[in-house]
Ligand binder design. Structure first.
Ligand SMILES: *[C@@H]1O[C@H](CO)[C@@H](O)[C@H](O)[C@H]1NC(C)=O
Ligand SMILES: *[C@@H]1O[C@H](CO)[C@@H](O)[C@H](O)[C@H]1NC(C)=O
Ligand SMILES: *[C@@H]1O[C@H](CO)[C@@H](O)[C@H](O)[C@H]1NC(C)=O
Ligand SMILES: *[C@@H]1O[C@H](CO)[C@@H](O)[C@H](O)[C@H]1NC(C)=O
Ligand SMILES: *[C@@H]1O[C@H](CO)[C@@H](O)[C@H](O)[C@H]1NC(C)=O
Ligand SMILES: *[C@@H]1O[C@H](CO)[C@@H](O)[C@H](O)[C@H]1NC(C)=O
Ligand SMILES: *[C@@H]1O[C@H](CO)[C@@H](O)[C@H](O)[C@H]1NC(C)=O
Length: 767
């Protein structure tokens, strides 16, 4: 009996735990859509070493210590050069340089200076951040040893001094330099003259520095610049706080022909967002991933060519309604994880979108009109959101969709419509949803398993690949194909259990396999409402089962053992604490669970559906003693006068689902939930349970849409904790004793119902 109670409250606990999910992940572990510098080019590796290709071998010079610089002059002078063969690559990596050395004046045997011949230059890992004025240069490194330089000794401001490291660049014109790698050089500031004499520079890599001060004209002469990488710049003020970038002017990128801008993991600073408005409208690739931004105005992304965009990790950055209005024809891949997004309406009309990654947000549903407009969408990743079950065609609107990931959402019920809706997908993930066992869950599982045994791995590729310029590099498809490749192989698991091949129902339809085969335990467990126990989905009957018995004692025992193994250390202790703390509530819960067992109905029938996500405006929960009030007072006023549709358990419940399934389904299908509270309500264990459930569904799926009606004042000592909490956090309306005040009550009720209705309107307007 004790075990039974523990299992019963597992459901409750799972709901509680689900509320406490931690959304934050370490940004450094997260890769942005735009990848890393080494993904964009091929000549230099992660740590600044030139790649050993023949072309590079024969036209490069490498030094990697400070002493090496002394030999450099000799090497340059003796380089085996010809008219066509010149020093095109140069690597001065980890040389502890604190200034750019004056080496570019050195000439080869054909009297061409390094500044003239270099095309690729890396200075990875030097130290251009020190402000050590007392430092003495050795001869080779004496940057001021050139007549052209005139260091203004009156540059007293902090920022100006910080730009002194680059004086060595200013002495020469780098007439052929195309790519400059200055990663990991502790650079703090970029001066107006730093890149002044590099007319052909195309790609500039400034990642992993501490840049926080950039002068007005720092980039203004770089007319050939296409790719600017300012990613991973962390700067701290004297108090150790991370500081935003300081740009001397917001016109810093104006008139550049940038196609690609990478600000990943850099504290860009909200007030600098207008810098983006100066960028030419040709921008195709932008990463603002974890750039410390929040809400932006809807004219910031005004780039009609933008194909790849990553805005992950910026709080509410996409919460402005028209933020994508200029990207509707171009945007191909969007990563927007962890941006506190609540609905998907802004994605409507993004007709070229192929990948949409929206993990770790608060999205409740996929609106049908949005799904219908995403004609090219191939991959939709909604892990860690609050998506609930759906009851009509939805996924099948997205004709090209191949991969749908819904891990750790709020899907409790696999509906018949869902089962048919996903049939043409290639990959699906459903683990981490607390599923109630039903035959559709079993069938979805069966399809996945059956296909797994016969299908080969198919990777997902771009629909219409455009220009293959490396600047347009992105990790979008690669990211998901890696997940596909890393799936664990179910064949072996099936072999152990010896059941996968023989017991498939021939009638199940579907083309998908599971993407999340690694999360087996989650995937295969579901709650049997009537018994309050969790079972493996494989033990549930298929909807198509025709008097065929599944006989799998071995498997049962195996899964059961596994389950117990997991339960005893991981759950028992929290359960005991839980039982102790909530011993009062738990009693109600256990009893109501039993009630549900007794009440659950037997025969299965199709789920009613009218083609929209929310069939009702409000779900009303009340106890039997208050029935008269609901039917005589509430219904006429609400349904007739406010034009609100009401789901009543006695009238609108679907035959064929258990009571609990019905409540979950009805709550999911109603826009808001109304609790009619009276002292009698509080005495009914069933109503209590509905109240708990309502609270948790609300926490999980919605934020505000609960309406509390108190038919009488409830003194604090009679309020259960749940109710007390709800009364503290939600507005509630009390039914007045005086007849004369009733009209005021209905006015308030109407107001609160219609505001709820309006607020949700966006989500349901069908295309
Ligand atoms: C380039 O040089 C490195 C080391 O000197 C050598 O290992 C490599 O094989 C060379 N690559 C080619 C293509 O010659
Ligand atoms: C650097 O060059 C200047 C000008 O040629 C010279 O006066 C100065 O002594 C040099 N500094 C060092 C440390 O060699
Ligand atoms: C530096 O400032 C001093 C006075 O503050 C002035 O006399 C001198 O001419 C200035 N030098 C330059 C190079 O501007
Ligand atoms: C994209 O938006 C623009 C302006 O709002 C509109 O003119 C254009 O027709 C839209 N394109 C698509 C495919 O919806
Ligand atoms: C999408 O296009 C339709 C029809 O062209 C329009 O009514 C709707 O407002 C657009 N949605 C967005 C979010 O731009
Ligand atoms: C899946 O594809 C088949 C064959 O193209 C089609 O008949 C069926 O309607 C599709 N199912 C859905 C839900 O779109
Ligand atoms: C799984 O493994 C079996 C044999 O171990 C192999 O035949 C099958 O192709 C593998 N499936 C996948 C999807 O890799």
């Amino acid at each position: 009996m004790f075990l039974y109670e523990i299992l019963s409250c597992l459901f409750y606990i799972a709901v509680v735990i689900a509320d406490k999910r931690d959304w934050k992940s370490d940004p450094k572990d997260t890769k942005c859509l735009t990848g890393y510098m080494t993904d964009v080019q091929k000549w230099v590796d992660k740590f600044g070493t030139l790649n050993a290709e023949e072309d590079i071998n024969t036209s490069s010079i490498t030094i990697s210590s400070r002493e090496g610089i002394n030999k450099l002059q000799y090497e340059v002078a003796n380089f085996k050069c010809t008219q066509n063969r010149r020093i095109r690559y140069m690597s001065m990596v980890n040389c502890k340089l604190t200034r750019v050395p004056a080496v570019f004046k050195w000439r080869d045997r054909l009297d061409r200076s390094l500044a003239d011949t270099l095309v690729y230059l890396t200075l990875y890992g030097n130290d251009f951040g020190t402000l050590d004025k007392a430092e003495t240069y050795d001869v080779a490194l004496n940057a001021s040893n050139t007549h052209e330089i005139n260091i203004n000794t009156n540059m007293t401001t902090y920022g100006k001094q910080l730009t002194l490291w680059s004086v060595g660049f200013q002495a020469f014109t780098f007439s052929n330099l195309k790519e400059l790698d200055l990663r990991s050089c502790s650079i703090q500031a970029l001066g107006s003259h730093t890149f002044q004499r590099m007319p052909k520079l195309r790609n500039l890599y400034l990642g992993e520095n501490n840049i926080h001060y950039i002068e007005t004209n720092a980039f203004s002469s770089l007319t050939a610049l296409r790719h600017l990488d300012l990613s991973r710049n962390y700067a701290y003020d004297e108090n150790g706080q991370q500081r935003d970038m300081y740009f001397e002017s917001l016109d810093i990128l104006r008139n550049l022909n940038l196609e690609s801008l990478d600000l990943s993991f850099t504290n860009f600073g909200q007030r600098n967002i207008n810098i983006l408005k100066g960028v030419e409208r040709k921008l195709k690739r932008l990463s603002l991933c974890y750039a410390g931004l929040n809400r932006i105005r809807d004219d910031v992304f005004y780039f009609p060519s933008m194909q790849y965009l990553d805005v992950s990790g910026n709080y509410e950055i996409l919460s402005t309604p028209n933020v994508f209005r200029d990207l509707n024809n171009s945007l191909q891949i969007l990563f927007a994880e962890n941006v506190a997004m609540r609905n998907m309406n802004i994605f409507q009309n993004l007709s070229n979108l192929e990948i949409l990654k929206l993990t770790n947000n608060e999205i409740v549903s996929i609106p049908p009109h949005v799904a219908d407009s995403l004609k090219k969408l191939q991959i939709l990743d909604l892990d860690n959101n609050r998506i609930a079950s759906w009851f009509s065609d939805l996924i099948s609107y997205m004709k090209n969709l191949k991969l749908l990931s819904l891990k750790s959402n709020n899907i409790n019920l696999v509906t018949r419509e869902m089962y048919y809706d996903v049939e043409n997908l290639t990959y699906i993930s459903l683990s981490g949803n607390f599923l109630i066992c039903n035959c559709h869950a079993r069938d979805v599982y069966e399809v996945g398993l059956k296909n797994e045994l016969k299908q080969k791995t198919t990777l997902i590729t771009e629909l219409n690949r455009r220009a293959s310029s490396p600047l347009l590099f992105h990790t979008g498809f690669q990211y998901f194909n890696d997940i596909i490749r890393q799936r664990s192989n179910l064949t072996n698991i099936c072999k152990e259990s010896k059941k996968c091949n023989s017991n498939f129902s021939p009638d199940v339809v579907g083309n998908y396999v599971f993407l999340d085969t690694n999360d087996l335990t989650d995937m295969y467990e579901c709650l049997i409402v009537t018994d309050g126990v969790t079972k493996s989905v494989s033990e549930i009957d298929s909807c198509f089962k025709k008097n065929r018995e599944f006989d799998m004692p071995d498997e049962y025992i195996r899964y059961w053992n596994k389950f117990l193994l997991f339960i005893i250390p991981g759950v028992l202790f929290p359960v005991l604490c839980f039982v102790y703390v909530f011993r009062k509530n738990l009693r109600y819960f256990v009893i109501t669970m039993r009630n549900s067992a007794m009440l659950s109905l037997i025969n299965k029938k199709d789920v009613y559906d009218d083609g929209s996500i929310f069939n009702y405006d409000v779900f009303v929960s009340y106890c039997n003693e208050d029935r008269a009030w609901v039917l005589d007072q509430l219904l006429p006023h609400v349904e007739r006068d406010c034009n609100v549709s009401v789901c009543l358990h006695e009238r609108d419940f679907q035959v064929g689902l258990s009571i609990l399934e019905n409540i979950v389904s009805c709550m999911d299908r109603s826009r808001s939930i109304m609790l009619i509270i009276s002292k009698r309500f509080l005495l009914s264990q069933w109503c209590q349970f509905e109240m708990h459930l309502a609270q948790h569904r609300l926490l999980e799926t919605r934020r505000e849409d609960l309406i509390l009606i108190l038919l009488e004042e409830i003194p604090r000592r009679l309020r259960p904790n749940t109710l007390h909490y709800l009364m503290l956090t939600k507005t509630y309306i009390v039914w007045p004793k005086e007849e004369s005040e009733h009209s005021l009550f209905w006015r308030r009720m109407k107001k609160s119902l219609t505001t709820h209705k309006l607020k949700q309107q966006d989500n349901v307007s069908l295309a």
